[in-house]
Design a protein around this ligand. Structure first.
Ligand SMILES: CC(C)(COP(=O)(O)OP(=O)(O)OC[C@H]1O[C@@H](n2cnc3c(N)ncnc32)[C@H](O)[C@@H]1OP(=O)(O)O)[C@@H](O)C(=O)NCCC(=O)NCCS
Length: 188
């Protein structure tokens, strides 16, 4: 059984490990090799430990916890950091999904959807009516977000390890809408 729950400080090492593993497997060829090779469990663990030690940040961090394997995925959210140009910040209270990662062996089991659902519930509880998410423009995960009802909201150029990387933003304008979208039957 795999449970989605809020992360605890003691999860920092497990989240750090999944973070490095998923970045190295998902972003090979998409991000600079030197940057991926230089990632370390120890540094990521320290980063997550600091975040989980902050009560406000920790509220928005969730894990997928397998009864045998432990933490196999995680996601985090909070106040929007960079509003895409396609959104008017004066009309909406926007939150942001900062991270969403599921270990390769546990992908396509519905955990990404369940984690995203938990993050959206948290953002709603924090008073947000809209959520945005930035991702690499070349990441095939964009089809996952489109399937979850996300719409294109803008783009930006970021710099990672000295290289420009293109990013796109997705937006969900109604966080109350369930992510469990029914598949359309041929006659629909
Ligand atoms: C993207 C990711 C979070 C999705 O999580 P997941 O647990 O594999 O996805 P789920 O099993 O919840 O999939 C839900 C639905 O999306 C579909 N889906 C999942 N990944 C998809 C993809 N890359 N392209 C198209 N559809 C996808 C599934 O088939 C499923 O469809 P269904 O509802 O018709 O059955 C996960 O694959 C991942 O961590 N990828 C690598 C890291 C990454 O790129 N993260 C995003 C950073 S912004």
């Amino acid at each position: 059984m795999i449970r989605i729950r809020r992360a605890r400080r003691a999860d920092a090492a497990a989240i750090g490990r999944v973070h490095v593993e998923t970045w190295q497997s998902s972003y090979a060829g998409l991000l600079p090799d030197s940057m991926l090779a230089g990632m370390s469990d120890v540094r990521q663990t320290a980063w997550w430990s600091r975040s989980l030690g902050d009560a406000v940040e920790a509220r928005g961090i969730f894990v997928a916890d397998d009864e045998d394997a432990g933490v196999v995925g995680f996601g985090s959210c909070g106040a929007v950091r960079d509003m895409p140009e396609g959104l008017d910040g004066t009309e909406t209270r926007a939150g942001e999904v900062y991270t969403l990662y599921v270990e390769p062996d546990f992908q396509n089991l519905g955990l990404g959807r369940r984690l995203l659902d938990a993050l959206f519930r948290q953002l709603r509880a924090d008073g947000c009516d809209v959520a945005v998410l930035w991702m690499l423009a070349t990441n095939p995960a964009r089809f996952f977000y489109e399937g979850m009802g996300g719409g294109f909201a803008g783009q930006r150029t970021d710099t990672m390890a000295g290289q420009d990387v293109e990013e796109i933003a997705f937006v969900w304008r109604n966080l109350a809408m369930p992510l469990m979208r029914r598949k359309l039957a041929p006659e629909d």
